[in-house]
Design a protein around this ligand. Structure first.
Ligand code: FO1
Length: 320
């Protein structure tokens, strides 16, 4: 460890759960000591616009402009464009509000000028006054693709078709990240993973949020080499996910929907797992799966509770 490194934290992040964890973390760490490395497997193009839902959820949450009811999109949003689009018979299944649309227009324009996703992400974060380092895991395209359990005509569907259009209400058989084999970590990702005192795997969906981050070539390898200082927070509490389909997905993909199932997925690259008070009895089985369990309140119903969880998470591996 080098001087100045003791406080630094890298966080592997999906959307809503990770954003709330990061909001808590920024109460106990200086923003300039934090790097968030965010999933881009959910990214897609709609109306010709480049949309990066997880990056935007993290940005809006940390900028305190997030819609608190949905956990995505802007607070105080208006919907004039979407309403008119619906009247025209356009695609209105994915709710893009007027303020949110401005961000997608900006990102798309900058990308068409040749800016990378990480450059644009930095510009957007700075425009909101954010001081942490916010990075997409890769500037290359990675697309999460879902195979439904029952053939629906299409063998595979896009992630947002599964998640939003079908309200993740169908059983799935497989998840694949198209393009990931040749994707390169974005500038700064590997450096942050090596250079931070602690790496946190946020309480995000292990398959569709953390999967497309750790499967980018090079990422899992770095984590595995320093797994003693990698700590994950279980997104599964009492056998179900706090939000979204993670619990159902674990069962459908042949895993145990519990903190123990999470431990079996993460043990190769993370040494410690924070599990909820409600799962206290699972601590010995988490240990048997190869991760040191730490029991804490993981329900981030307020920024204060999220800050307490962040502090416990960091202490679990650094004693800080
Ligand atoms: N999720 C929904 O369930 N319905 C939506 O209409 C929707 C719109 C949307 C717009 C912008 C954005 O950044 C996110 C949005 N999300 C919506 C959330 C998002 O698609 C998913 O939560 C993530 O991709 C999963 O992490």
């Amino acid at each position: 460890m080098t001087p100045g490194q003791t406080e630094t934290v890298a966080v592997l992040a999906g959307g809503v759960g990770a954003a709330r964890f990061l909001r808590g973390l920024l109460r106990v760490r200086r923003p300039t000591d934090v790097t968030a490395i965010v999933n881009v497997g959910d990214d897609f193009t709609l109306h010709g616009l480049n949309i990066s839902p997880d990056l935007d959820t993290v940005t809006y949450t940390l900028a305190s402009v997030i819609n608190p009811e949905t956990g995505w999109g802007r607070a105080g949003e208006s919907w004039r464009v979407l309403t008119e689009l619906g009247r025209l018979g356009g695609q209105d299944w994915f709710q893009l509000g007027d303020l949110d649309l401005a961000l997608h227009l900006y990102r798309t324009q900058r990308r068409s000028e040749g800016a990378s996703l990480s450059q644009v992400t930095g510009e957007i974060a700075a425009s909101f006054g954010l001081e942490l380092t916010l990075l997409p895991v890769s500037d290359d395209q990675i697309q999460t693709r879902i195979t439904p359990a029952e053939p629906t005509g299409a063998a595979e569907i896009d992630f947002q078709d599964y998640f939003v259009a079908q309200r993740h209400g169908i059983s799935i058989r497989a998840v694949r990240f198209a393009g990931i084999d040749t994707a390169r970590p974005a500038p700064g990702v590997i450096e942050a993973l090596w250079g931070s005192a602690v790496v946190v795997v946020a309480p995000s969906n292990p398959f569709v949020s953390i999967g497309p981050v750790v499967d980018v070539p090079g990422v899992r390898e770095v984590l595995a080499q320093r797994r003693h200082s990698v700590v994950a927070v279980s997104p599964i509490v009492g056998g179900a996910s706090i939000k979204g389909p993670a619990g159902a997905m674990m069962t459908e993909l042949g895993h145990e929907a519990s903190a123990v199932g999470v431990a079996r997925l993460y043990a190769e690259f993370a040494g410690t797992l924070v599990i909820d008070d409600a799962d206290r009895d699972l601590a010995p089985a988490v240990s048997d799966a190869g991760m040191s369990p730490v029991v804490a309140d993981t329900i981030m119903s307020s920024p204060e509770r999220a800050a307490a969880l962040a502090r416990t998470t960091l202490e679990a591996v650094s004693g800080s």
